[in-house]
Design a protein around this ligand. Structure first.
Ligand code: NAD
Length: 361
């Protein structure tokens, strides 16, 4: 059976949002979702209600070669959208085997099964991550020169030295992450596995003359993100704390910066990237270009629930990067998609949804 889109991890946050967007734009499209219903994300092991009915969900582990061979005897996908992954950035330090196995070996198992099936797709899209950049590039204010800071050590963080310091000794200024000039130097095992996925897929796709789209997503948040997964989705966590009337605890000095992009904008971007097959492989940064500090995010969410002001705790996570923002230029120029939902509106929508599904009172 010919299938328009095979989406690995298709029952996840982005998978469900993407399927809804594709069904909206291409109502007759045939979509197969492959997902293990990972218990950390799907504690009830049931099909998510937000996955549109016409999507054919096959429950399987992407690391299972026999399952892939069985699937590909039945299904010939034109486009593969590879979303299945272990996504806990902090958790990946404690469980590096699990993250590496699913993200890297799982990708390779899929490619081997595709080769064996004798039917290759016309296009593969990988949801990669801003985590591949690590700390990225910064500017030394003393001479205006860019530099690559080292990863901040736990000792520095313990001493409260959270800022990135330039070679001149001044506090450095962050630059936008941009795949054209920001080297990839991940600071987490998760980031390293996402970079490895990119390399494995690039080598295989080049050898098989299949265009590869690598979308490096910034922090995606919004309606549909698993409220059960305590290892990802800081925004959902902030909502739960604020709704309970507690102050949100903010790490470091509150000045960690992130580019939060709403799920609908990501779904529109991924859909745009797969509806028209590209002639060549490409990498695109997916973000809004707007930085929000963790303290700003916590204040906005606390205000939504009239919760007490956030507390800056000075706690930290090893491997957390200080600043991650990318320009929206790639998204706008290469995919002709503009991010539409600002952070305040995205959080209002998330709050309404969390109440509707009774995660908060
Ligand atoms: N959400 C973000 O902020 C973000 C940012 C950057 C990149 N990404 C990438 O986007 C992709 C999707 O992320 P998401 O936010 O939708 O995560 P998610 O956890 O909601 O979805 C991932 C899905 O993959 C499934 N899965 C996990 N291991 C599997 C396995 N071994 N076999 C089959 N299915 C498996 C899970 O059950 C889940 O449904 C991931 O590759 C992630 O690295 C996400």
């Amino acid at each position: 059976m010919n299938v328009d889109y095979l989406v690995t991890g298709g029952a996840g946050f982005i998978g469900c949002g993407l399927a809804a967007e594709l069904m909206d734009r291409l109502p007759g499209a045939h979509i197969v979702a492959v997902d293990s219903l990972h218990p950390q994300i799907h504690p009830e092991s049931t099909r998510p209600t937000s996955l549109p009915d016409p999507v054919d969900l096959r429950i399987m582990d992407i690391c299972d070669g026999a399952a892939w061979r069985g699937l590909l005897r039945d299904v010939r996908p034109k486009t593969i959208i590879h979303l299945a992954a272990e996504t806990g950035t902090g958790q990946s330090l404690d469980l590096p085997t699990r993250h590496t196995h699913v993200n890297v070996t799982g990708t390779a198992v899929m490619l081997e099964a595709l080769d064996e099936s004798g039917s290759l797709p016309d296009h593969i899209l990988l949801a990669s991550s801003r985590a591949v950049y690590g700390e990225g590039q910064w500017l030394d204010p003393a001479d205006g020169c860019p530099f690559l800071p080292d990863q901040r050590t736990p000792d520095q963080q313990r001493r409260g030295e959270f800022d990135v310091v330039a070679p001149s000794g001044e506090i450095a200024t962050p630059l936008m992450q941009d795949h054209r000039d920001t080297p990839s130097r991940p600071t987490s095992v998760y980031g390293a596995t996402k970079l490895a996925q990119e390399h494995v897929l690039a080598a295989w796709c080049t050898a098989r003359s299949i265009p590869l789209s690598v979308l490096r997503l910034q922090n995606v948040y919004g309606v549909g993100q698993s409220p059960h997964n305590s290892y990802t989705g800081i925004i959902g966590l902030f909502h739960r704390v604020a709704a309970s009337g507690e102050p949100i605890e903010v790490y470091e000095d509150g000045q960690i910066g992130r580019d939060f992009i709403y799920i609908d904008d990501v779904a529109r971007s991924v859909a745009a990237a797969v509806i028209d097959r590209p002639a060549h492989s490409r990498t695109i940064d997916i973000g809004t270009g707007r930085a929000t500090t963790i303290l700003e995010a916590a204040r906005l969410i606390a205000d939504l629930y009239k919760a007490p002001a956030p507390l800056i705790t000075g706690a930290f996570r090893s491997g957390d990067i200080r600043w991650a923002v990318c320009s929206a230029e790639g998204l706008e120029k290469q995919l002709e998609v503009a991010p539409l939902i600002d952070f305040a509106e995205g959080n209002r929508r998330l709050s309404t949804w969390l109440r509707d599904i009774k995660i908060i009172g």
